[in-house]
Ligand binder design. Structure first.
Ligand code: NOJ
Length: 557
């Protein structure tokens, strides 16, 4: 038997599901989701086919930035439970064959963190250099992350009459990564959670952590910021054979390569592909697959130990910052025409189904794409149901509404009075009455069932996580045709961004007499002609996955 490392690098063929515990399921009916609620939904997640849970920040926090402003890295927001409950969730997940990764937010703390409380108390406090202090803001400062909400990344602190750096809200002072003591604290935090059974981290705001330009230059402790990333990876490897680092690095592909650690692949193990995601929305807006095809073709090849993470939507605004101004405007016009649907002049605060006018064919086509693109798919909770958003909340928070479990009061999320819920539930055509898990579980035609099938087929197609991508040339602009080939075999997938049915003529490489294509999402087989010629039909907004089988191939179609 050939021993492959497919299970060692488990994250290369994982299906990741992002959960915000406080909006998932409220077990004690105080209006806020909790660890116990999540533990009671492990079977739901397992049934869906999820293999890895990403838990968004669950630490004690004043919640200026919805938990991304942490006041204690070693504990749990008391509304969600306690450390024991966290361990129970990690254990229950593992029992169902699922791993858990957690947010590692080490670019900043909350102003309420004891380190900052001490740091701001006097210029001579031993925690002073845990943060970045200046007599005056430098002439060339970075732009603010939340335009309209902040005006500068430097904030004057009256007590000591110096300014501190905050890349995000002023209540989130940046830690000084140049200080070796801070770096020691960071790895200690990682070590703590690894001992509790987690399998890795979604590393928040990586480029900000590493941006040490202008920070205590006189000390020059860090030879190269990326060395710090390497040291985190090294530490992780020493503590856990399976540890992975999924980095949030919203940069052009060529810069992302450096964060993977270049040819040595000793940096981040995975990174979200923001470029492909943004171009996918441009393709949707134009009903033209070519922007996405170009973005995918331009993806640099990665060493085997590195991986792209694909996503349709996350908890933030759907950023379109890497598109040109006119491209971004096209997407705004198509999917975020009203002012309250957009944030920070760069993104949209809606979920996919509302942007696509609820068209089930288009929604399914997009998720089919997500699970067929080379890389690891990452779902945001509720995407499998087609949940919408609540624009009355406003800004990025609009998409962070409670999970919709049932067509009952508060969507089955909680029995607390609606006024006490952590966030208000949508009351439009996307309310729990229309979109909920319990009804979709019993409906074989539901989106939930479709996503389950996609996950099953994805898991049975190892080449998606491990193989090489080829964009197949053909003359229909609305259709993306791609092939993924790996040691296990090859599949091709077609996605129609247009509303008209399409006929696509392809010439497949390396076929032999008798090669067939077996449909993976429906029943069907297509014979491949001489020189790999094959004609495939697609419905408007249709999608097809096809396994390439040569005569004698024992793979299941
Ligand atoms: C990225 C997170 O996704 C976002 O929600 C948060 O506001 C910033 N990092 C700061 O932690």
């Amino acid at each position: 038997m050939r021993i492959t490392d497919t299970s060692d690098l488990w994250w290369k063929s994982a299906v990741i599901y992002c959960v915000d515990i406080k909006t998932f399921l409220d077990w004690n009916d105080d209006g806020v989701g909790d660890f116990e609620g999540l533990a009671h939904r492990m079977d739901y997640l397992h049934e869906l086919g999820v293999t890895c849970l990403w838990l968004m920040p669950f630490y004690p926090s004043p919640n200026r930035d919805d938990g991304y402003d942490i006041s204690d890295f070693y504990s749990v927001d008391p509304r969600l439970g306690d450390l024991g409950d966290a361990v129970e969730v990690i254990r229950t997940a593992r029992d169902r064959g699922m791993r858990v990764i957690i947010d590692l937010v080490v670019n900043h703390t909350s102003v309420k963190h004891p380190w900052f409380v001490a740091s701001r108390s006097s210029k001579t406090n031993k925690y002073r250099d845990f943060y970045v202090w200046r007599d005056s803001p430098p002439k060339h400062s970075e732009p603010v992350s939340f335009p309209g909400e902040e005006t500068s990344v430097w904030q004057l602190d009256k007590k000591t009459n110096q300014y501190y750096l905050h890349s995000f809200y002023k209540e989130q002072p940046d830690l000084n990564v140049v200080n070796p003591k801070v770096r020691d604290e960071m790895v200690k935090i990682m070590g703590f959670w690894l001992e509790l059974g987690i399998s890795g981290f979604r590393v928040d705001a990586v480029p900000f952590i590493l941006d040490t330009e202008g920070v205590l230059p006189e000390e020059g402790v860090l030879d190269h910021p990326l060395d710090f990333l390497r040291s985190l990876r090294e530490f992780l490897g020493r503590r856990s054979g399976e540890g992975m680092l999924l980095g949030e690095v919203n940069l052009p592909h060529k810069d992302q390569l450096r964060y993977f650690g270049g040819d040595d692949a000793d940096g981040l193990t995975m990174q979200f592909d923001f470029i492909a995601m943004e171009n996918m929305y441009l393709s949707l807006a134009r009903s033209d697959a070519r922007p996405l095809a170009r973005a995918l073709k331009a993806r640099p090849p990665l060493p085997v130990e590195a991986q792209w993470a694909n996503f349709v939507r996350n908890h933030d605004e759907l950023t379109l910052d890497k598109l040109s101004e006119s491209e971004r405007q096209e997407v705004f016009d198509a999917f975020g025409p009203e002012e309250n649907m957009r944030a920070y002049n760069r993104g949209i605060v809606r979920r996919l189904p509302t942007m696509l006018g609820g068209d089930p064919r288009r929604i399914r086509m997009v998720y089919s794409l997500l699970f067929s693109l080379p890389g690891t798919p990452v779902l945001f909770y509720g995407e499998e149901l087609g949940m919408g958003e609540n624009l009355n909340i406003g800004g990025r928070m609009s998409v962070r509404t409670p999970m919709q479990w049932a067509p009952t009061r508060n969507g089955g999320f909680s029995n607390a009075p609606a006024s006490r819920l952590v966030a208000p539930i949508p009351d439009d055509g996307y309310s729990p009455e229309h979109i909920n898990a319990s009804e979709q579980r019993h409906d074989p035609d539901s989106l939930l069932h479709f996503v389950r099938k996609l996950i099953e087929r994805n898991r049975a197609s190892v080449e998606i996580g491990w193989g090489d991508l080829e964009i197949l040339e053909h003359p229909v602009p609305a259709v993306l045709a791609h092939a993924v080939s790996g040691a296990e075999g090859r599949m091709i997938a077609l996605h129609n961004f247009g509303s008209n049915p399409a006929t696509v003529d392809l010439e497949l490489r390396d076929t032999v007499d008798g090669t067939i294509l077996v449909d993976l999402l429906v029943e069907g087989t297509v014979a491949v002609g001489p020189r790999g010629a094959v004609q495939l039909l697609l419905d408007g907004y249709g999608c097809r996955w096809l396994r390439v089988l040569d005569p004698g191939d024992k793979r299941l179609g």
